[in-house]
Ligand binder design. Structure first.
Ligand SMILES: *Cc1c(COP(=O)(O)O)cnc(C)c1O
Length: 386
C-alpha cells in the first residue's frame, strides 16, 4: 500500500536521538529549548513553547487566551476534531463557520455574517481557530480585521502548514493572530514522533503556556507569592498539566527542521506533477490562493460526480484495492456523534458537507517515488473514467 503520508528518518535523525539517549537528560534538558529556538527563528516569532502534541498546544493556547465556561470558540467544520475539542476542554461552547468552496478554509464572508448575528444575540466568540487546511493559509487579513472589529482572539491551527508562507512571511510570524500551533505527528511535514509547538509574540501568553504545560509550577522567585522557603522550593501557581515534550522528541525535531524547506519544495514538485496529470480528468484539483505558499501537507482532489459513473465511495474503495492508501480529510466535525449530541445535524454547514461527499486525499510525501506516483495517477484515471 502506498500511504497518503509518511515520515522520512535519516541517519542524522537517528544519531541525534541516540546522542540524547546517551546524555544526562531524557526530559527537561537543553534540547527542548534548542528545538523551540529553531521553530521561533524559522517563523520569525518571539516565543515558542514545545509540548507533547498539537492537541495539547491547542488546549493550553485556549486557556492562555482566557477561554472558559460561558465563552464560545468558533472554527471550521473541515478539520481534525482537535481544533474544536480544545474549546470543549476549557468548558467553552463550540460553533463552526462554513468553508470557502475554493480553498476549503473557513469562509471569511460567512464568518462576517455569523459575527454580525452573534453580536445582536450577545454570543460573540472569544476565540476563533483558523485552520490552514492542507497547508494553504486562511485569509488571515480578513480574519484579523474582523478580530479587531469584534474583539476575539485568533489561534492559527497550522498543523498542516509549517514551512508555508502568507503574503511573503512565514506562517507562525504572528502578524495576524495571537498564537500559532504546529503538529509534529509523523504524517505531518516534519516530525518529532508525537509533538506540538505553540508560537507567539506575546511574552505573557508564552509564560502562561510554559506554566500550563508543566503543572502550573514555577521555580522563578519573581513569579512566586513570597520568598522561596529554600533552594528546594517551587510553587504551583496555576492548574497545569504534564504536556512536556521529551529531549528525544526535540532532538528528532531539531534534525528534521534542517530539511523543512527541501521537504516543502519536494511536496510542491509532486503536487505539480499531479496537477498536470489530472488536467483532463473529471475532478477538481487543489486551488492555491496567490497570497499563500502552501506547506502542502495534503493533496486533495474533489470528484466531479456528475461526470463520473462510479460513486465517491466506489472510487475510494477502488483506489484502496489498487494499493493506494487514499484517505479523507476530514469528516466534518459537526457530523461526529459527539457533536451531534451537542445539537449539530446534517445540513448545518452545506459547503463542508459537499466537500466531504467529493474529497479524496492522495499520497503526498517527500520520498514518494515517481514510479509510485505514476501508479497513483493511473489508478485515479482508471477509477474516474471507468
Ligand atoms: C494533526 C492535527 C492536529 C492534532 O495534532 P496532534 O499533534 O496529533 O495532536 C490538530 N489539528 C489539525 C488540523 C491536525 O491536522
Amino acid at each position: 500500500m502506498i500511504p497518503y503520508g509518511r515520515q522520512e528518518i535519516t541517519q542524522a535523525d537517528v544519531d541525534a536521538v541516540v546522542d540524547v539517549l546517551r546524555s544526562n537528560f531524557l526530559t527537561q534538558g537543553p534540547v527542548v529549548p534548542a528545538f523551540e529556538q529553531a521553530i521561533a527563528h524559522y517563523c520569525g516569532a518571539n516565543h515558542a513553547v514545545a509540548v507533547n502534541s498539537a492537541t495539547s498546544a491547542l488546549h493550553i493556547a485556549c486557556l492562555a487566551l482566557g477561554l472558559g465556561s460561558g465563552d464560545w470558540l468558533w472554527t471550521t467544520p473541515v478539520t481534525f476534531v482537535a481544533s474544536a475539542n480544545c474549546g470543549l476542554y476549557c468548558g467553552a461552547q463550540v460553533d463552526f463557520i462554513d468553508i470557502d468552496p475554493r480553498t476549503y478554509n473557513l469562509s471569511v464572508p460567512r464568518l462576517a455574517e455569523k459575527l454580525s448575528l452573534a453580536e445582536q444575540q450577545g454570543k460573540l466568540p472569544k476565540v476563533v481557530v483558523a485552520v490552514h487546511l492542507c497547508g494553504q493559509p486562511c485569509d488571515m487579513v480578513g480574519i484579523h480585521d474582523l478580530s479587531q472589529r469584534y474583539g476575539f482572539k485568533v489561534i492559527e491551527d497550522a498543523s498542516h502548514a509549517i514551512g508555508g508562507r502568507y503574503r511573503n512571511e512565514p506562517i507562525g510570524c504572528g502578524r495576524y493572530s495571537d498564537i500559532t500551533i504546529f503538529s509534529f505527528h509523523p504524517v505531518k511535514i516534519v516530525t518529532t514522533a508525537e509533538g506540538g509547538v505553540a508560537v507567539t509574540n506575546d511574552a505573557k501568553l508564552a509564560h502562561k503556556m510554559d506554566l500550563l504545560r508543566s503543572h502550573g509550577i514555577t521555580r522563578a522567585p519573581e513569579h512566586m507569592t513570597h520568598e522561596p522557603d529554600g533552594p528546594w522550593y517551587y510553587q504551583q501557581i496555576d492548574l497545569g498539566f504534564n504536556y512536556r515534550m521529551t529531549e528525544l522528541q526535540a532532538a528528532l525535531g531539531v534534525s528534521q527542521m534542517t530539511r523543512l524547506d527541501a521537504y516543502v519544495a519536494k511536496r510542491h514538485q509532486i503536487a505539480n506533477r499531479y496537477d498536470q496529470a489530472f488536467e483532463a480528468l473529471p475532478l477538481t484539483r487543489p486551488w492555491q490562493h496567490p497570497d499563500g505558499y502552501s506547506g502542502l501537507h495534503l493533496y486533495v482532489i474533489r470528484l466531479q460526480l456528475d461526470q463520473i459513473k462510479a460513486s465517491h465511495r466506489a472510487v475510494f474503495e477502488q483506489l484502496r484495492s489498487d494499493g493506494i492508501g487514499v484517505n479523507l480529510h476530514y469528516i466534518p466535525v459537526h457530523r461526529h456523534p459527539y457533536y451531534e449530541q451537542l445539537g449539530f445535524k446534517a445540513g448545518d454547514f452545506p459547503e463542508a458537507e459537499r466537500y466531504y461527499a467529493e474529497a479524496i486525499s492522495l499520497p503526498l510525501y517527500p520520498k514518494l517515488s515517481e514510479a509510485d506516483q505514476d501508479r497513483v495517477i493511473q489508478a485515479v484515471a482508471a477509477a474516474v473514467l471507468a
